[in-house]
Write a protein that binds this ligand. Structure first.
Ligand SMILES: [Ca+2]
Ligand SMILES: [Ca+2]
Ligand SMILES: [Ca+2]
Ligand SMILES: [Ca+2]
Length: 930
């Protein structure tokens, strides 16, 4: 009987799944529920094979927010022998008919209405367009290296002008349909993905036409995959260097030479008088974030750096002995050789970079800085060098979303700012790149003007334009970026930025200033970094000539920060020179020994060894250290009740082994990549990732009372609430070709427990454990409830009804209850329209219990519907501990979990200690339905 079948239907669910965005909900939700209800008996069985697949599906649907109307493909997740997709019959492709519907619309307020064209099975590819996309997945053999698709026998029909009048984005459509065909990978297996917008503008008539039927012809190129994979692949060490020995973590924030003295080491807790300084080692992987593209090789575990230990030869660390090492800023500069410019990249997750010191760890001879000879002949002279600087502050996030933060704020109180830069011995023009954001409401305009040393910089186009009428669907601000070259004779450069607002409510923000110039190669200050892209060329032997040095000048080549070498040179008076091959860009640091930088002590690090001990778990919990006990007991629970092989690691441990100690969203992904890559076969692939701890849009702790427990992946867009999102999917895009693209295919199921305190964590655990209790296996587990908002041309009700019908015809055993607002009495109150009977019905349903509760309609961080049918006081009043539903919400920011200033209504549903939801598939940002 069904009750029994569902005894553990949602017991593994720890999961509070996060959806970035959904467009066009109902096929997604309908398919999902059918999958949820599919094969419940396997879910109950202790083998749990399907349960795993099922949780995988919960994760898989959050593919960077894109709704895939069918998940049937993903069901094969645990059956690697089943081909995921059918090969099309190439000899006679079948005709495909598209069933188009009249124009649909979605109404947010009286003023905001968006329109959609749609056909059955369509999806919307990107949130800036309202045009439907046809897509199809095609099976490919594992040695496919090329894939293409074309349309045969297309049949078109004119689109009535009434359907076009309200659509945007038509201008991008040409006379030919643009077909995108790519090879994607799902759990290491390739498949072809074909997608296109099935609308064209007829070349001869100029009329827009929709494609109504066609045949899809696909072609493949097969070849040796090992050939394409011949480039180096990521290697993983067997054991982390942190597994044995004493470890002390230090931090720093700017690039340069750092000194560690006897007394500092003593303060760090090192038994400095007892150690042999010849055994001291420093590890660290240099600055910058890990690369997003998986195939880019990155350091695995911590690299040992070459250092200098002054006074080590006598075997004792005496009070005047010291260590010198090169430390790199977390913020990176990269040279773009086609542009001939250096660009900076601020670290999105950390303002510090970390190094690890040990006196007993590591293997082999400790790495020391060796010296590098100067060559004897030159063919290129270097007497000036490239220098750069940036100014970028992390002060404001304009829409509480996205990873781009802004600095100085321009408004009527402060319309201009001044930024001083210093380039001693400047000898060339200055390249200045500026990025700003302006918030100017229609019909006004605004612009920024820049001055360098009081001269207005012409040729910059920094027109802030306007961002429409400022409703909550329009961009908060418009980003303007431009670059200019100007001359400066002064080594001090003052950049003044003024905001010209035509209306007092206009605002602006500085994103960044970035400068490139050249300086004469004269020593300036106590430490100076230099490099010269002009020296680079095949066969170049460059003589670097450096003036104004003292006799104790030392030059380190820092091109490879873990393999620093000391450069030998010739000295004549106060000028030194050295000659090196410069086939590629090399970087140096000269210092006079008078002054060094000092790192911060971050304390002792306990031994850890994720690399060596994690094995090949099905289920990985990455927890904030605060919740380690709760994470461990959840892991044991799943090991005992579900036979899942579970592993628990702390965020800080993941960072230490995968991102050199700095918080980085990609470190968690790199851990999952290691498990994925090490898997000997498909049964060893990781299946689930649980993030144990709340997240925040503020990954660098700028705001007070932050909730940055487990790092969040935020979209690049930080100005447009419709295009900006947060998504935990990023952690599960694991194939080599994947990074963070919407087309990347999620390979594992991912959930998050958005808990902030141990007590919240314990409450959630109590719920999960209780859900498995036999006393809760009652008839409520046979009931489903669909709640639908009114208005919007009945789209929510139609969606909910379609889902209910889908389920009713597939699973007649379930009792379906519908709470459609239109069926209830609406009352006018002083606070607006209300549906008190709907609220009562929902509260009663929660108390009596349902397996799945689905809501489609308007909503926000405070509850559901304009009529406030569900609010936080309802949610917090629920005491349905014995019958907690899975919540599916197709509504806006109901569960915007990453805003520390507010616990969203969806979070309250999940965190309610006396009931609420056992799990949620829910929305965290603005979404639109269609
Ligand atoms: Ca000594
Ligand atoms: Ca920024
Ligand atoms: Ca994939
Ligand atoms: Ca939260």
């Amino acid at each position: 009987m069904l009750v029994q079948k569902h005894s553990s239907l949602f017991s593994n669910y720890y999961l509070y799944a996060i959806i970035g965005k959904w467009v066009r909900f109902y096929p997604t939700i309908g398919s999902l529920i059918i999958k949820l209800l599919n094969h419940p008996e396997e879910m109950l069985s202790h083998s749990k094979t399907k349960a795993k697949a099922f949780i995988g599906i919960l994760g898989l649907m959050f593919n960077v927010g894109l709704a895939y109307p069918s998940f049937s493909q993903h069901l094969e997740i645990d059956n690697p022998k089943t081909r995921l997709y059918n090969f099309p019959d190439q000899a006679s492709p079948e005709a495909i008919h598209l069933k188009w519907h009249p124009l649909a619309f979605s109404q947010f307020t009286e003023k905001i209405i968006t329109y959609y064209l749609f056909f059955d099975g369509c999806k919307y590819d990107d949130y800036s367009t309202e045009l439907p996309v046809y897509f199809k997945k095609v099976g490919l053999s594992s040695n496919t290296i090329g894939f293409a698709a074309e349309l045969i026998n297309p049949v078109y029909q004119s689109l009535p002008s009434s359907e076009l009048a309200n659509l945007k984005d038509l201008n991008n459509l040409g006379p030919e349909i643009k077909i995108k065909s790519i090879i994607n990978y799902h759990r290491k297996k390739p498949y072809g993905m074909v997608s296109f917008i099935p609308i064209r503008k007829n070349k001869s008539t100029g009329i827009y036409e929709k494609l109504t039927s066609f045949e899809l012809k696909t072609s493949y190129e097969e070849g040796s995959v090992s050939k394409t994979k011949a480039k180096k692949s990521q290697q993983y060490v067997t054991n982390s260097v942190l597994a044995t020995g004493d470890w002390h973590k230090i931090s720093l924030s700017q690039s340069g030479i750092y000194k560690l003295t006897y007394s500092m080491m003593k303060d760090m807790g090192i038994a400095i008088d007892a150690i042999n300084p010849q055994n001291i080692r420093i590890f660290g992987n240099g600055g910058g974030m890990l690369p997003k593209l998986n195939s880019v090789i990155r350091p695995d575990d911590l690299l040992e750096n070459a250092i200098q230990v002054v006074g080590e030869t006598d075997g004792s660390f005496d009070p005047n002995d010291y260590i010198l090492f090169y430390g790199e800023s977390p913020h990176q500069w990269t040279y773009n050789s086609s542009e001939g410019r250096y660009h900076h990249q601020v670290h999105d997750y950390s303002d510090a970079n970390y190094y690890f010191l040990t006196t007993t760890g590591g293997t082999g001879s400790p790495k020391r800085i060796s010296s590098q000879a100067s060559l004897l002949t030159e063919n290129t002279i270097v007497s000036s060098f490239d220098d750069y600087a940036f100014h970028e502050e992390y002060l404001y996030n304009l829409i509480i979303s996205g990873r781009e933060w802004f600095g100085e704020h321009f408004d009527n109180n402060a319309l201009s700012y001044s930024f001083p830069f210093s380039f001693p011995n400047i000898t060339d023009s200055v390249y200045l790149k500026v990025s700003l954001a302006g918030r100017v409401l229609s019909p006004n305009n605004g612009s920024f003007t820049l001055k360098a040393n009081n001269n207005t910089l012409t040729g910059l186009n920094l027109n802030a334009g306007n961002v429409g009428n400022g409703n909550y669907l329009s961009p908060k601000a418009k980003l303007v970026t431009d670059a200019v070259i100007f001359n400066s004779v002064s080594s001090t450069i003052n950049i003044d930025i003024a905001f010209n607002n035509t209306e007092s409510s206009s605002e602006g923000w500085l994103n960044y200033l970035e400068l490139n110039t050249r300086r004469i190669l004269n020593m300036s200050g106590n430490q100076m970094l230099f490099r010269d892209a002009r020296s680079v060329g095949s066969g170049n032997l460059s003589q670097f000539i450096l003036n104004d040095v003292n006799s104790s000048a030392t030059i380190w080549e820092v091109t490879d920060p873990s393999n620093i070498v000391s450069q030998q040179y010739n000295l004549a008076g106060s000028t030194l020179d050295f000659i090196l091959q410069t086939d590629s860009l090399r970087e140096f640091l000269v210092f006079n020994g008078n002054s060094f930088l000092t790192p911060n002590n971050e304390g002792v690090i306990a031994n850890q060894n994720i690399h060596g001990t994690i094995g090949q778990p099905d289920f990985v919990i990455v927890t904030h250290p605060n919740f380690i006990n709760e994470a461990n007991s959840l892991a044991s629970f799943h090991e005992n009740t579900d036979s899942l092989d579970a592993a628990v690691v702390k965020t800080t441990q993941v960072y230490n082994e995968f991102s050199s100690g700095a918080q980085d969203v990609t470190a968690i992904k790199s851990l999952m990549r290691m498990l994925y890559e090490r898997a000997a076969d498909s049964t060893e692939l990781p299946r689930y990732l649980l993030l144990f701890g709340d997240g925040s849009y503020d990954n660098k702790n700028q705001i007070n009372n932050n909730t940055n427990y487990v790092v969040t992946y935020q979209s690049a867009n930080s100005t447009d609430p419709v295009a900006s999102y947060v998504s935990d999917d990023y952690f599960g895009l694991l194939d080599a070709n994947e990074s963070d693209l919407a087309s990347d295919d999620l390979d594992i199921g991912i959930g998050r427990l958005p808990v902030k305190t141990v007590s919240e964590a314990q409450d959630v655990l109590n719920k999960i454990f209780h859900y498995e209790d036999v006393s809760t296996m009652k008839s409520w587990r046979n009931e489903l409830c669909f709640i639908a908002d009114d208005g919007d041309g009945n789209i929510h009700i139609n969606d909910a009804d379609d889902i209910a019908t889908m389920i009713d015809t597939t699973y007649a055993d379930y009792d379906i209850d519908k709470i459609y607002l239109d069926a209830y009495n609406q009352e006018s109150t002083s606070a607006g329209q209300r549906y008190p009977d709907v609220t009562d019905a929902i509260n009663r349903k929660m108390e009596s219990g349902v397996l799945i509760l689905s809501y489609t309609g308007h909503g926000g961080e405070l509850g559901w519907a304009h009529e406030r049918i569900l609010e936080n006081h309802d949610i917090n009043s629920w005491s349905n501990f014995d019958n907690m539903p899975l919540f599916l919400t197709a509504t806006c920011e109901f569960s915007r979990f990453d805003d520390p200033d507010r616990t969203a209504a969806g979070e309250f549903v999940f965190l309610n200690p006396d009931g609420g939801a056992i799990a949620m598939l829910t929305t965290v940002r603005l979404v639109t339905s269609g």
